[in-house]
Ligand binder design. Sequence first.
Ligand SMILES: O=P(O)(O)O[C@H]1O[C@H](CO)[C@@H](O)[C@H]1O
Ligand code: HPA
Length: 265
Amino acid sequence: MENNNAQVAGAGGNAHTIDPRNYDDLLAVVASIKEQVGSEIAHGEIGIICGSGLGPIGDSVENPTILPYAKIPGFPVTHVVGHKGNLVFGTIRGKRVVCLQGRFHPYEHNMNLALCALPVRVLHLLGVKTLIVSNAAGGISSKFQYGDLMIIKDHIFLPALAGFSPLVGVNDSRFGERFVSVHDAYDKTYRNLATQIAQRNNMRLFEGVYVMSGGPQYESPAEVQLFKTVGADALGMSTCHEVTVARQLRNQSSRILTHHQYRQS
Ligand SMILES: O=P(O)(O)O[C@H]1O[C@H](CO)[C@@H](O)[C@H]1O
Ligand code: HPA
């Protein structure tokens, strides 16, 4: 496999190497963000990852403070059209958000999934507890019409099934357990809330299974048929690596909570 370290031009043009699996390296990334925007601002409750064409979500952040990825030593760069490459701090309807205007796709980073999921670990270290992940995907389900919205209820993470998981390699236990359950990775309470809101607003919204391929080529008709047969509803080249890393962090939070409760009892 390829080198897992990220060689990126940081603020001031200094080359900076970090390992996206190393907790201390990510603390340094977070320290740089806090230094540049201030600790007060560099804090969020909700993280939002904008998919292709969904960057305007970031433009709707109120009182925004914008930090380009290129100014964060160790942060990867995004090359995909429609992904601006900014961290946006601010509020949406009174909630503190940190918005990623631009995500990292494994096909643009030599299938280095840990590097592509690095922003999720950074969001966690900035205090984020809830992650909203969006993407543009191809519809497989025959129920879908062009432009329909789908809430992901589960996924098929094809690259990980072939050994390309962001959790492969040395596990720094400060991020969480070695073995991570992805049951209920997509929160049922939020899914129900989204469905209710869609119903109230007469919007077409479905729940379905998202399949992530490695890309960057789109799928052949035979591949689409294969995914349909195994129960997938939509196809894309992102999201699952971010959700898997988030899930490991969620397990870590609940583990800490369990210890805390244990000590109190
Ligand atoms: O998943 P997002 O980032 O929305 O991007 C989607 O759009 C690109 C293909 O047009 C692929 O990268 C696919 O994954
Ligand atoms: O049909 C698709 N396949 C994979 N990724 C995509 N992203 C948008 N549409 C598609």
